[in-house]
Design a protein around this ligand. Structure first.
Ligand code: ADP
Length: 193
């Protein structure tokens, strides 16, 4: 019997309940599903590839036929290396459609034997994106219903560290200003004397 293997490529920065919804749907129709994190040196991610891998591994531990991997370069080349027959992608709204269609047609040109399969998440996740999760969390909003608890905790830790770093930065800038003022005063006093 023919077994169908698919890859689910993406940034997953961070992985959300929308990604998980798609993984669950994909795991039901494919014999094997590889969640593949793109190592993209051009992006400035919130989480390292390793951190994202750990979160996705924990999230997918309950699925027997799902594994997590990382890759760089062309998605079609990676799919070929993994001997996958399909690429799974999500379509949330019409806004996703144009970009996803372009990419799917380009991938078909590069590798005609590889099919892109689009799936829709549950309606409640159709507005959900990693970017939105990062923005809401950075502005102090709750992300509890948008990502699994283990991800929410990691996002909070990341943002706390970033805030502390920024506070330290402001503190040291203030200290630098104080030192500069003291030097100015000393120079003025020297001139006076
Ligand atoms: P990329 O940078 O490749 O878009 P993402 O991690 O943002 O990486 O998305 C990976 C895939 O998952 C894309 O096909 C995207 O459309 C899909 N996706 C992202 N969020 C959701 C969601 N809430 N519901 C369904 N699919 C989603």
């Amino acid at each position: 019997m023919k077994r169908v293997k698919a890859i689910y490529p993406g940034s997953f920065d961070p992985p959300t309940n929308g990604h998980l919804d798609l993984i669950e749907r994909g795991s039901k129709i494919f014999d094997e599903l590889i969640v593949a994190i793109l190592r993209n040196p051009e992006k400035d991610p919130l989480f390292s590839v390793n951190e994202r891998r750990q979160m996705l591994e924990a999230m997918t531990a309950g699925f027997d036929n799902v594994s997590v991997d990382t890759f760089n370069g062309l998605t079609v080349d990676y799919a070929l290396r993994m001997e996958a027959q399909a690429i799974l992608r999500g379509i949330r709204a019409i806004s996703d459609y144009e970009y996803e269609l372009q990419m799917a047609l380009m991938n078909r040109k590069l590798q005609p034997g590889l099919e892109t399969v689009f799936m829709m998440p549950a309606e409640k996740y159709s507005y959900l994106s990693s970017r939105l999760v990062r923005e809401v969390a950075q502005l102090g909003g709750t992300i509890a219903c948008l990502v699994p608890e283990l991800v929410a905790q990691k996002v909070r830790e990341k943002i706390d560290i970033a805030n502390k770093f920024n506070a330290g930065d402001v503190g040291s800038r203030a200290a630098d200003e104080r030192t500069a003022k003291m030097r100015e005063r000393r120079a003025v006093n020297k001139k006076k004397n």
